[in-house]
Design a protein around this ligand. Structure first.
Ligand code: FES
Length: 82
């Protein structure tokens, strides 16, 4: 059975299996919007392989992180613009 880790997404704690991508954790938390474009359009994960940059979020205070390329770690804090 996989180990579970707790991450905080926009202030809400969620437990996911270790190794889950942040993008997947966002989906599990019902978050479809990761950030907004310079014109205010909503963006969310699209390619899932680190190419489109549509999944950028702030992770542990670091803005612009590709959520599809980062695995959830215990105590991680994720902020979206959703
Ligand atoms: S979904 Fe495209 S870079 Fe993450």
């Amino acid at each position: 059975m996989p180990r579970l880790v707790t991450v905080k997404i926009d202030g809400i704690e969620i437990r996911v299996p270790s190794g889950t991508s942040v993008a997947a954790a966002l989906a599990l938390a019902g978050k479809q919007i990761t950030h907004r474009s310079v014109t205010g359009q909503q963006r969310g994960p699209f390619c899932g392989i680190g190419v489109c940059l549509a999944c950028r979020v702030t992770i542990n205070g670091q803005p612009g992180c590709r959520s599809c390329k980062v695995s959830c770690q215990e105590g991680m804090e994720v902020i979206t613009d959703g």
